[in-house]
Design a protein around this ligand. Structure first.
Ligand SMILES: [Zn+2]
Length: 344
């Protein structure tokens, strides 16, 4: 965010200066190449200003408030090879502006009006930061609905303040912890993480996953570890928010987004694995049927029967309250003008 913000502010001011004042060896035809060399150490596709890092550039870029501000020139030359870093930067940012323009066109004032002053999401959702996992898989209109928290391995402990903010301040009624098949964080944790940087190791160490037994089915062990982690995050959340869960003000849901179709229910299918600490498939199925108003599919008669087999769903009062809130929100939202514009 800060890089993007900086780019907007500095773009107009820096481009003429760079074009005129850059030393000869950094002339336009070499600028992109030069910038690419520095892209990694900058943490952004930007070249160090006039080839030299700004003052304080040797200090670590994280870990406290005393880090001196670092400044780089805005990239402006794009002529480079196919795999150049700046080529990717350009194409991504092109989509960034194009897709945003389409989004603005498709979402007028009426869309934003109900939540422009304050947000009222129904759910706090923790997912892995993995680029293959997005709200499009479970909420067609996430604005003002999903308080989204992301990190590697979808961990509560590494974003506890954010999760608490969603549950306590925004009073979201659902806390969803969603892992995913093919999770790199889980796989890394199953192996040796001693060579990772301090920052990455710190975030991975809080994951406790079952170590693979001997030389079994690696894929199976990986999938089981993903589920085990979700269950552990749910257990942690239930301890943390026990009073809210007890009164029915909060329901904690654990799920796995199966992008690899490891669970054989279709690529992208979200498998429910835990509701308020319940992992029994019968109870999970009952929960899903009741949520979907399909208790008849349980083959057990009416909704009351279905509820007996379901995990702690809260009483009818709570269910009604949630439905009302849902309806209000949807009605207040007005025409969305199509929410798909922002998706690729
Ligand atoms: Zn992941």
């Amino acid at each position: 965010m800060s890089h993007i913000h900086f780019a907007f502010v500095a773009l107009a001011a820096l481009i003429p200066e760079c074009n005129q004042a850059a030393p000869a060896e950094h002339a336009d035809e070499h600028a992109a190449e030069h910038a690419a060399e520095h892209a990694d150490d900058a943490g952004a596709a930007a070249s160090a200003e006039h080839g030299k890092p700004a003052e304080g550039a040797n200090k670590p870029a994280h870990g406290g408030g005393d880090v001196p501000a670092r400044k780089f020139s805005v990239p402006f030359a794009w002529e480079a090879s196919q795999d150049d870093a700046l080529r990717t930067t350009k194409s991504f940012m092109q989509g960034f502006f194009t897709d945003n323009a389409a989004y603005v066109k498709a979402h007028n004032e009426t869309f934003f009006k109900p939540f422009v002053q304050t947000q009222k999401p129904r759910a706090t959702v923790i997912t892995c930061a993995d680029s293959r996992v997005h709200t499009a898989a479970f909420d067609a209109r996430p604005e003002n609905d999903v308080f989204l928290v992301r990190n590697i391995g979808n961990q509560v402990v590494n974003a506890e303040g954010s999760v608490e903010y969603g549950v306590h301040h925004l009073k979201t009624r659902v806390l969803v912890i969603m892992g995913h098949t093919g999770c790199g964080a889980i796989k890394a944790r199953m192996g040796d993480i001693s060579k990772e940087s301090d920052a990455i190791r710190h975030e991975l160490e809080s994951l406790s996953v079952p170590k693979p037994k001997d030389k079994g089915d690696e894929r199976q062990a990986w999938q089981e570890a993903v589920v085990a982690n979700v269950n552990e995050q749910v257990a942690f959340s239930l301890l943390k928010f026990s009073s809210e869960v007890e009164t029915g003000d909060l329901t904690v849901v654990g799920a796995v987004y199966d992008l690899k179709n490891d669970m054989k229910q279709g690529h992208g299918h979200i498998v429910l694995v835990n509701v308020n600490g319940n992992t029994d498939p019968v109870k999970l199925t009952a929960f899903e049927k009741v949520v979907m108003n399909k208790p008849d599919l349980l083959g057990r008669g009416d909704a009351a029967d279905a509820k007996d087999g379901a995990p702690s769903l809260g009483d009818d009062k709570h269910d009604d309250k949630r439905d009302d809130k849902h309806d209000d929100r949807r009605e207040g939202a007005g025409a969305t003008g199509g929410s798909a514009a922002g998706h690729h």
